[in-house]
Design a protein around this ligand. Structure first.
Ligand code: SF4
Ligand code: SF4
Length: 315
């Protein structure tokens, strides 16, 4: 980065007052870009590394406002006149159409922000952090897909005395992990599947780098705490075998604070349509409440070395 130039990151959104991603009230910074492609991903708009434009045809009245305003002349009415077609080669991602659409049928997913801009947003919540014991959680996407930006951001939070947490897939070089470990109080790491081939099938890559990074982070001499998260996806990774293998792996850890099951849900499936993508798990139903409780008790009986909880707002 040339001297004097501000470091920017690709940010999907910033959410305030989360109670599910660390202690107290959290401000969660969702970053864009992910090296994996989980079939059940609930934020597909976080996967690409740069801002994207989404379109929801069901909300569009074909009023033509966006067609007229587009400086790149990238938009045309469809043949039947009921929708708008975008020429993705012509589109310059200026997002003028997002601001102009009166129906919220065009969406912007992500924006570039400097570290200072993100810190300014975070600082607005410092009083809530102070009263609730909360702080900042970096999520994604994969935060460590932008290691420079994330390291700078965490350092700024640290200097302000803000508690820091990060949710990561750990499918990144350990060099990137090592840079942020001293800047983190809490680390959430997913174990999506213990079988390498199944992991590749459902996630797009095997699990060796992830498991290796968990071992290295656990042996790192600093004080960070680790929570292992398991997305509980019916028929994919909720078998006895997989939970036993996760428990065996967790039992070897020294920094393990908790094991959290995150039940599969379909809340993000509409985002696939807005991005013009297919949702691979269309026919998969979320686990029942009974199944979630049964799987949680089963994992707890295996004694993974830390308390087992259900995350994601389950009650
Ligand atoms: S993002 Fe800009 S260039 Fe692309 S379609 Fe919308 S108005 Fe046109
Ligand atoms: S401005 Fe919105 S509602 Fe009007 S044609 Fe464009 S997308 Fe559809």
């Amino acid at each position: 980065m040339p001297a004097g130039e501000a470091l920017t990151g690709s940010v999907l959104r910033i959410e305030r007052s989360s109670i599910h991603d660390g202690p107290g009230l959290r401000t969660v910074v969702f970053l864009k870009g992910c090296p994996l492609g989980c079939a059940w991903c609930s934020t597909p708009e976080s996967q690409a590394p740069v801002p994207e434009r989404g379109y929801v045809p069901e909300l569009c009245t074909a009023c033509g406002t966006c067609v007229d305003i587009c400086p790149a002349r990238a938009l045309t009415p469809s043949r039947c006149g009921s929708a708008i077609i975008r020429d993705v080669v012509r589109c310059e991602l200026c997002f003028c159409c997002v601001a102009a659409c009166p129906r919220d049928a065009v969406r912007r997913f992500g924006t570039f922000m400097t570290v200072e801009e993100v810190v300014r947003e975070i600082s607005k919540d410092e009083v809530f952090f102070f009263h609730s014991g909360g702080g900042v959680t970096l999520s994604g996407g994969e935060p460590l897909a932008q290691p420079d930006f994330v390291a700078h951001l965490l350092r700024e939070c640290r200097e302000r005395g803000i508690h820091t947490a990060m949710e990561t897939s750990f499918h990144v070089p350990f060099d990137s992990v090592e840079r942020v470990l001293p800047l983190l109080d809490l680390l959430y790491v997913d174990i999506k599947h213990m079988d390498g081939e199944s992991h590749r099938r459902w996630v797009g890559s095997d699990n060796s780098l992830i498991l290796d990074n968990i071992g290295k982070a656990d042996r790192w001499e600093g004080p960070v705490e680790i929570v292992i998260r398991i997305p509980l996806v019916p028929g994919v990774n909720d078998s006895d075998w997989n939970l036993q293998a996760v428990a065996d792996s967790c039992r070897r850890m020294g920094k393990l604070k908790e094991v959290e099951l995150l039940p599969y849900h379909r809340l993000g499936s509409h985002s696939y349509a807005a991005l013009g993508r297919d949702y691979a798990l269309k026919s998969l139903l979320p686990p029942s409440r009974e199944r979630i409780i049964e799987r949680t008790r089963y994992l707890a009986r295996l004694d993974p070395g830390a308390p087992v909880k259900v995350g994601g707002g389950f009650s």
